[in-house]
Design a protein around this ligand. Sequence first.
Ligand SMILES: [Zn+2]
Length: 208
Amino acid sequence: MKPFILLDPGHGDIINGVYQTAGKRSPLWSNGSQLFEGEFNRAITQGISQALTLHNIENKIIVPEREDISLRIRASRANYLATQYPDHHCLLISVHANAGGGKGFEIYTSRGQTSSDIVADHIAHAFTQVFPQKPLRSDYSDGDSDKERGFYMLRKTRMAAVLTENFFMDNESECCLILMSPTGRQKIIDYHVKGILEWVQQIARNEI
Ligand SMILES: [Zn+2]
C-alpha cells in the first residue's frame, strides 16, 4: 500500500498582525523577538510537505487556513481525507512546540500499542541523529520511546497518528537558537522527514 501523510499545524497563525490563538507564544525576549507557536507549526508542516512531495509521497496539510481551526474540525477533516484514500497507509502528524519549562523533544501517540508506535519510534530515532546533544524526553515504561496521552487529535482520528512537541518555546536558548532560526527549523523538518521515510520504507517492504 502507498502512504498518505496528513500534516496538522497546531493552533492559528498571525493575520494582519493579530495572532489567532490565546497564549501559545514565547516570552518577549530581551532582543525584542517572540515566537508565536502557530507560525512555527505552519513553517514546519510546510517544510515537511515540500520534502515529502519531492520524495513522491502523497501528503496534505489539513489546516491550510491561518485561522485556528477547532480540533473537532481538524479530526473530522483527517478522517474524511482517509476515506478518500482507502487503499493507502494514512498517517497523521500534529506539529507543536512545547512550553512549561524543560528542554528537548517529545513525541506522543494514542494509548496502547498501535501502528502509531512504529512511526513514533522512527521519528524519535531520527531526532537523536539530527540533534545528538539534545534530550529525547522518553517514557520507556511501555517499551517504546513515545509518551502516551489522550490528546484529542490522537484519540479522534482513525489512522496512525503522532503529535510532536519540538523543543520548549519558553526556554530562551531553545527558542532563539533553534525554533526561531532557519537552520534550527530545517533540522526539525529533517528529523520528521527522516522518520517518515523510514516508516514508508517499512510499508514498501510489507512489514506493516
Ligand atoms: Zn501547541
